[in-house]
Structure formats: structure tokens, C-alpha cells
Design a protein around this ligand. Structure first.
Ligand code: PAN
Ligand code: ZN
Length: 192
């Protein structure tokens, strides 16, 4: 018989969670994070365009639905991320982006609806961007800060999974900024 000792990692009973893939919600989510345009100050190049958006109703930017498990080594956090379409000036709507506090932790993002990019950066400044849409899974390896960008005209919905102990570090990438922005220029999606 395999012996096990429950010490580093909480023991849970198995469970099932309802995920409404079409509506992009977890109906019984206990955590529902909502970020409106006003939560995005400092993130877009065109601060005046963001202020204008905030004055004109402060629209919903993105939501994250989670039913959390212990934030511990061994567990897996999972969530739905739903980012609205739109632009601030010529820059596509995006999430704040973060490093994981435990930098050596990865994340998978399976695209469910919409189209966009996962833009990523290492602490030494290396940049990468991968397309995401229904049926594409972006693997965000350890060490990479990550931000989703919606370049389409419907919500960009993804299913995220990451280690329980990962945590979110927003401050460092906010100070550094991502090396490139995703913009609409002359009808073309460009990164620069
Ligand atoms: C995702 C993100 C979610 C929102 O669950 O947290 O897309 O983006 P921000 O956290 O950058 O505002 C994830 O990457 N979790 O680790
Ligand atoms: Zn993450």
C-alpha cells in the first residue's frame, strides 16, 4: 500500500465545477474579479483616451471567474478570463498582466472564444507574443510575465490553469512595462 502524509499540501475531496463555456462563466464561481477601464490607469499609451472612456461610463474591461483551491504547491488554480473587445486610442483592450510571484511557475491558456494575443516578457527584456483563439492553447513557461490582448470584435475568453502557489506580482511588470504594444494602424494589427 502506498503511504502518504498530508503536510505540505491540503487534502481535498474530489469535486466537479460547472463551466458554461458558451456564456463564458462559472455559474457558481466564488471569486469574480471585475476590472473596468478605471482599473487600467497607467497601462495604456494614450492616457487621455482612457480618461475619456472612464468619463463615458467606465466600461467593463475584463472579468475573471474562479472557484479557488488552496494557494499551495500541488494544487492547480483554474479560471475563466473574459476580456472585452475595444480600443483605448489605437491600442487594443488588454489585461494588466503580471509575473507570477513564484517566478518558476507556468500557466496554460486555452482559447475558447474570440481572437487576440498573449504578450509575454522575461525579466531580462525578451519579448514574445503568441496568437490565441478558440482551440489554441498558449503555454506560458515559468519566468514570463503575461498579458492577454483582444484584437477581435467579440470577447476574448480563455481557460487558465496555473500552480496553486504561483501568486500574482503586478508591480514589477507595471514598473517595467511590456516591450511592445498591440495597435491598430491603417486597419492593420501591429506590435511595436
Ligand atoms: C489569469 C489572469 C487574468 C487577468 O487568470 O489573472 O487573465 O489578468 P490580470 O491578472 O493580469 O489582471 C492569470 O494569468 N492568472 O495567473
Ligand atoms: Zn498568470
Amino acid at each position: 500500500m502506498l503511504n502518504y502524509v498530508v503536510d505540505r499540501t491540503s487534502f481535498l475531496e474530489p469535486f466537479v465545477v460547472d463551466v458554461d463555456v458558451d456564456a463564458a462563466t462559472m455559474p457558481k464561481a466564488t471569486n469574480h474579479l471585475v476590472r473596468r477601464a478605471s482599473a487600467m490607469r497607467g497601462h495604456y499609451a494614450d492616457a487621455a483616451a482612457l480618461d475619456e472612456l472612464i468619463r463615458n461610463g467606465d466600461p467593463l474591461h475584463y472579468e475573471v471567474f474562479e472557484t479557488p483551491v488552496p494557494e499551495e504547491y500541488g494544487h492547480l488554480m483554474y479560471c475563466i478570463s473574459k476580456l472585452q473587445p475595444g480600443r483605448v486610442g489605437n491600442e487594443f483592450f488588454m489585461t494588466k498582466g503580471h509575473y507570477h510571484t513564484v517566478l518558476e511557475t507556468a500557466e496554460t491558456y486555452l482559447g475558447l472564444q474570440g481572437t487576440g494575443f498573449m504578450v509575454m516578457k522575461t525579466p531580462d527584456g525578451t519579448f514574445n507574443a503568441q496568437p490565441i483563439s478558440r482551440g489554441k492553447m498558449v503555454y506560458v513557461p515559468p519566468y514570463w510575465a503575461h498579458r492577454s490582448v483582444n484584437t477581435g470584435d467579440e470577447p476574448l475568453v480563455s481557460w487558465c490553469v496555473y500552480p496553486g502557489e504561483a501568486g500574482h506580482n503586478y508591480g514589477d511588470i507595471e514598473d517595467e512595462g511590456f516591450p511592445k504594444r498591440v495597435l491598430l494602424e491603417n486597419g492593420q494589427i501591429v506590435m511595436r
